[in-house]
Design a binder for this molecule. Structure first.
Ligand code: PA5
Length: 448
């Protein structure tokens, strides 16, 4: 179960200067209805991510079992949309002490930071490790660099049988990794060509790693299917959670100058969900001088850090709180406390967390800062599937509102091209000249 409470973004709660009028939402009804029809038509093309909850997941589960039975360690090599989804699911749906008690132990190689690489290598026995290399393009520098080092280590340890320690997830036809996989007979899962990285968590990109660490992927896909059923039938803006979420953020941004969308879970398990959301929202909608900057906060930690700014700083934010009604464990504060702190007696930690959220929300309303709350009954595979699908559709639909293509990332590609030029990659020589134009160090201060 997910509940979206958007009372506190409405003008009735926080005034017309910062809050949205119901009439403004309803005025977009026809627009939404026509976008809805376009989305339904595009399900097999641009909106192919909508079909992922219906895939046959059995081959992924079977191979995950093979990995669980044959390896002690599982390392995901990938970055951006090729790692954030699996990382989010691992944090949300396994126990905090997973790597101490379970196997295969799970690690990520995302960045090209040599110290982190060294740390991961120190944690594993390379011969007992399955490496899942995930890259849609098959050529992302960070991923291919990490993979190349691992490959030479594997070959040194295992000779020709290095292949059994690798599994690839990539485009069905294109890219270096696909070619390498085919030439070397390496087990490879497909990323549907129509699905861009940040919309791919429900494909083998997220489902294989999740299944390897024992997460109920059927439950995730069931939740996503349920959200799809609701959102593909319901075109009325106030009954369609994805369109509603998108419209609220759009109106807050365009009509009330709320250029920052902060997300603040009061559940530590959902910390990486915000990282996943940030990429989805930023890379999909930050185009043509438009878009909202997604910002990460964590309740209650950031009550003691960011909240002062949110309440009394620049009035440019809309906040999404995420809460759960139930935690799997809880702890009570003893009764026999000294008088000064006796107000805590008998409370549980989860009760305090809930009251802190209620207190924070009241302070937001008092300061007329728009905020909404998404509550789930528990952090479960089913609810995560619903939440993931909800945000993917809200983001993709926002592309219509902002009139931008939510599925490309031209500016990211620009940076990649300069980097390829610097590394001497064939076909990028022209970019080096352009790079030199933009790489000036005229004002410098060196301190030693
Ligand atoms: O969402 C996207 O498309 C990007 O963020 C990619 O996921 C990221 O750049 C990694 O690309 P690839 O999967 O091709 O290695």
């Amino acid at each position: 179960m997910l509940k979206i409470d958007y009372t506190n973004v409405m003008a009735e709660a926080i005034g017309e200067k910062d809050g949205i009028l119901r009439q403004e939402i309803l005025s977009l009804r026809d627009f939404v209805s026509s976008a809805h029809k376009k989305i339904q038509k595009e399900r097999n093309r641009k909106f192919y991510f909508c079909q992922l909850p219906y895939q046959d997941i059995n081959p992924v589960k079977e191979y995950a079992n093979h990995i669980r039975e044959n390896f002690d360690y599982f390392v995901l090599i990938g970055i951006g949309g090729s790692s954030l989804g699996a990382k989010m699911l691992f944090e949300a749906l396994t126990q905090k002490d997973y790597n101490l008690k379970e196997h295969p132990k799970f690690f990520l190689l995302e960045n090209v930071d040599p110290e982190n690489f060294d740390y991961v290598i120190q944690q594993i026995d390379i011969k007992r490790t399955c490496f899942n290399v995930i890259t849609k393009s098959g050529s992302t520098v960070e991923t291919i660099a990490n993979f190349s080092i691992i490959l030479s280590m594997l070959k040194k340890e295992l000779g020709e049988s290095f292949k059994k320690n690798l599994v690839f997830t990539t485009d069905p036809k294109k890219g270096f990794l696909r070619k390498f996989g085919e030439e070397n007979g390496i087990k490879t899962f497909d990323i549907p060509p129509q699905v861009s990285g940040r919309f791919s968590v429900l494909s083998p990109v997220g489902m294989l790693p999740a299944s390897v660490v024992g997460i109920d992927v059927d439950g995730i896909l069931e939740g996503a299917r349920q959200m799809d059923k609701i959102t593909s039938v319901e075109e009325h803006i106030e009954s369609n959670p994805a369109y509603l979420l998108a419209t609220i953020h759009y109106l807050a941004n365009i009509r009330r100058n709320k250029s920052i969308s902060a997300m603040m879970p009061y559940v530590e398990r959902l910390s990486s969900f915000v990282d996943w959301y940030r990429q989805l929202w930023a890379e999909s909608l930050g185009k043509d001088g438009l878009g909202q900057t997604p910002v990460k906060s964590l309740g209650t930690i950031d009550q003691h850090s960011q909240i002062q700014l949110y309440l009394e700083g620049v009035r440019d934010k809309i906040i999404t709180f995420i809460a759960t009604e139930n935690f799997p464990v809880d702890f009570s504060i003893p009764d026999n406390l000294p008088k000064e702190i006796s107000y805590l007696s008998g409370q549980t930690l989860s009760q305090i967390l809930k009251k802190e959220l209620l207190g924070t929300k009241a302070a937001f309303v008092k300061n007329r800062i728009p905020n909404l709350t998404i509550t789930m009954d528990r952090v479960s595979p089913y609810n995560m599937g619903m939440l993931i699908y909800l945000y993917q559709l809200a983001t993709a639909f926002s592309g219509y509102l902002y009139r931008v293509n939510p599925f490309d990332q031209p500016a990211v590609e620009e940076g990649k091209s300069f980097m390829y030029a610097l590394m001497g990659r064939e076909g990028y020589q022209d970019k080096l000249e352009e790079f030199n134009e933009f790489n000036k160090e005229e004002y410098r201060l060196v301190i030693s």
